[in-house]
Design a binder for this molecule. Structure first.
Ligand code: BG6
Length: 488
C-alpha cells in the first residue's frame, strides 16, 4: 500500500545559490528527476540575492551537478530535462517589494506549493511576511525550514512564532537531515520489524548506549556560523538528540508523523537536566589544536578562525532518560571535528549473561553489543560469543564474532540516496513524518540550554586536543569512571 500523497506543482527554493543548494539540494533534485520520482509537472523556482537570470542559474546548476553527481549518473538528456524545470528570480528577501515577481514565477499551484528555506535565520521573519503578502502562504503551501532555527530556546521560539503566524504546524517541515539517512530509518526497522530485540531493549537488558558522530573536517570556511554555535548546538541539539530519541522511544502505534513524533518528544522531555551541580562530571568540552588527520597536517581551530575562541569543537556528555524503561542506563554522546575518522555509530551495549556456565572451563564471556553504523558505510552488526573450533583439552575458548547484517551486500543493487533526496520528496509530497515538530525542537533546546548555562556558571572552558585524536583525555575518563570504554 502506498501512502496518500498530494504532490506539489511547484518547489520554491530560497537560498538557491548557497552551499547547501550546490552540494545537496540541486544534486538531490536532479537524482529524483532523473529517476522519474519528481511529479512530472513539478516546476522549481529558485531564488536568492544574486542578480542572475534563468540561463545564468542554469549554468550555475549545471556546474553544481557536474561537481557533485558522479559521471555515470549524468546524461545530457537528464540534465537538460532537469534544467527545463528551473526558473530563477533574484530577490532581496528582506524587501517585500520583490515578492510579486516571485509569485508571478510560481504561478497557479492548485495541487500544492512546497517552499524550502535555506537562508540565514535573520531573514526568516521577512521572508515569511513577504510570502504571506504575495499570497504564497495559502492553504496549499507548506514550508521546509533548514537549520539553524535559533541558538537557544528563546530565539527558536521567536522564529517558530514568526512562522506560526502564517503557517500552521502541520504545514511546517523542520529539517534534520539525519532523519533522511537510510540507516537512521533502519533503526526503526531493526527495533520494530523484529521481535528479537524489543524484550531486551530496556534497563533490564541494556547496560549503556553510546552515540558517536565523529568528523574529520574542521571549520570548512563556516567561520561566521560555527564560532557562534559550537558542537553542542551544531550537532547535539539536533542530530544526536534525534538519534537518541529514536533509540529510546516506545514503539509508536504506526509509522506516521503523529505517532512517531509523539513518542520521540516523550523521550526528549524525559532527558535528565544536566545543571550546574553535575556539569563538570557529566560533560567534557574540547577544541582542536594543530595536528594531523589522515596523514595530512592541519591547523588548530583558533588558527583557522584567526583569533582565540572558547567555542567547543568537541563535546562528550553522559545523559540519562528518566523513565521506567531507561532507569539507570547511561547514554554517552560524543561528537567532534578533526577526529581521527569520519564515523557515526550507535552502540547498544547489552548486559552480560546472569551466570556463566563456562567459568570453570576458563572461557571469558563478553556481553553482546549491537553496532549500528551510519557512516561512512551503513552497517548493522551484532557481536556475539561463539566457540572457537577445537577439542578444548585446555579449556573452552569462546570468541566474540560479528553477526553481520551486511546491508551493503544484501542491497547491493539499490542506490543509496542522499538524505536530502528523501526529505525534499517528502516535502513535495506532503509527508511530515521525518521532520521535526515544534515541541521536539523546544524540548531539545531546553535540555541544551541548561547544559550551556552550566558551562558558563562553572567557568568550563574547552580543553585542547590535537587534531586527529579522539578529543581531550577527559572524554575517555568520562566513560572509564563507569568502567566503560568508547567504541573506537
Ligand atoms: C550539519 C552540521 O548539520 O551536519 C555540520 O552543521 C556537520 O557541522 C554536518 O558537518 C554533518 O552531517 P553529515 O551528514 O556529513 O554527517
Amino acid at each position: 500500500m502506498t501512502r496518500p500523497a498530494t504532490p506539489a506543482d511547484c518547489l520554491l527554493l530560497f537560498g538557491a545559490t548557497g552551499d547547501l543548494a550546490q552540494r545537496m539540494l540541486l544534486p538531490s533534485l536532479y537524482g529524483l528527476a532523473a529517476d522519474g520520482l519528481l511529479p512530472r509537472a513539478l516546476r522549481i523556482v529558485a531564488t536568492a540575492r544574486s542578480q542572475l537570470d534563468t540561463p545564468g542559474y542554469h549554468a550555475f546548476a549545471a556546474e553544481a551537478l557536474e561537481r557533485f553527481i558522479p559521471e555515470e549518473r549524468r546524461t545530457e538528456a537528464a540534465i537538460s530535462a532537469f534544467l527545463d524545470r528551473l526558473t530563477y528570480v533574484p530577490l532581496d528577501a528582506s524587501d517585500t517589494k520583490g515578492y510579486g515577481a516571485l509569485a508571478e514565477a510560481v504561478g497557479e499551484t492548485p495541487g500544492g506549493l512546497a517552499i524550502f528555506l535555506s537562508t540565514a535565520p535573520q531573514l526568516f521573519g521577512a521572508t515569511i511576511a513577504g510570502l504571506a503578502g504575495a499570497g504564497l502562504a495559502g492553504e496549499v503551501a507548506r514550508i521546509g525550514l533548514e537549520k539553524p532555527l535559533g541558538h537557544d530556546l528563546a530565539s527558536s521560539r521567536v522564529i517558530n512564532d514568526a512562522v506560526a503566524e502564517v503557517f500552521p504546524e502541520n504545514r511546517i517541515f523542520r529539517i534534520d537531515h539525519y532523519l533522511g539517512k537510510e540507516t537512521v530509518q533502519n533503526l526503526l526497522a531493526l527495533r520494530f520489524g523484529n521481535a528479537l530485540f524489543e524484550p531486551l531493549w530496556n534497563a533490564g537488558g541494556i547496560d549503556h548506549v553510546q552515540i558517536t558522530v565523529a568528523e574529520t573536517v574542521g571549520l570548512e570556511g563556516r567561520v561566521g556560523f560555527y564560532d557562534g554555535a559550537g558542537a553542542l548546538r551544531d550537532m547535539v541539539q539536533n542530530h544526536m538528540l534525534q538519534l537518541l530519541a529514536l533509540v529510546a522511544m516506545e514503539p509508536p502505534s504506526q509509522f506516521d508523523a503523529t505517532a512517531i513524533r509523539d513518542e520521540k518528544v516523550k523521550v526528549l522531555r524525559s532527558l535528565r537536566p544536566i545543571d550546574r551541580t553535575g556539569i563538570e562530571k557529566l560533560s567534557v568540552i574540547g577544541q582542536y589544536t594543530a595536528g594531523s588527520v589522515g596523514g595530512a597536517p592541519v591547523p588548530g581551530y583558533a588558527d583557522e578562525l584567526g583569533k582565540p575562541s572558547s567555542t567547543e569543537t568537541f563535546v562528550a556528555i553522559k545523559a540519562h532518560v528518566d523513565n521506567w524503561r531507561w532507569k539507570g542506563v547511561p547514554f554517552y554522546l560524543r561528537t567532534g571535528k578533526r577526529l581521527p575518522q569520519r564515523q557515526s555509530e550507535i552502540i547498544i551495549q547489552f548486559k552480560g549473561v546472569p551466570h556463566s556456565i563456562f567459568d570453570a572451563r576458563g572461557a571469558q564471556l563478553k556481553p553482546n553489543k549491537l553496532v549500528i553504523r551510519l557512516q561512512p558505510e551503513e552497517n548493522i552488526r551484532l557481536l556475539m560469543m561463539a566457540k572457537q573450533p577445537g577439542l578444548d583439552r585446555d579449556g573452552i575458548r569462546l570468541r566474540e564474532v560479528p553477526l553481520d547484517l551486511g546491508l551493503a551486500n544484501a542491497f547491493a543493487d539499490v542506490r543509496r540516496r542522499i538524505a536530502y533526496e528523501r526529505l525534499l520528496l517528502d516535502l513535495i509530497e506532503d509527508d511530515p513524518t521525518l521532520f521535526v515538530r515544534r515541541d521536539e525542537v523546544e524540548a531539545q533546546w531546553e535540555w541544551i540550554d541548561t547544559i550551556r548555562t552550566g558551562w558558563v556558571a562553572s567557568g568550563m572552558q574547552p580543553r585542547p586536543y590535537a587534531a586527529g585524536t579522539w578529543g581531550p583525555s577527559a572524554a575517555i575518563a568520562l566513560t572509564e569512571r563507569d568502567g566503560v570504554s568508547w567504541h573506537d
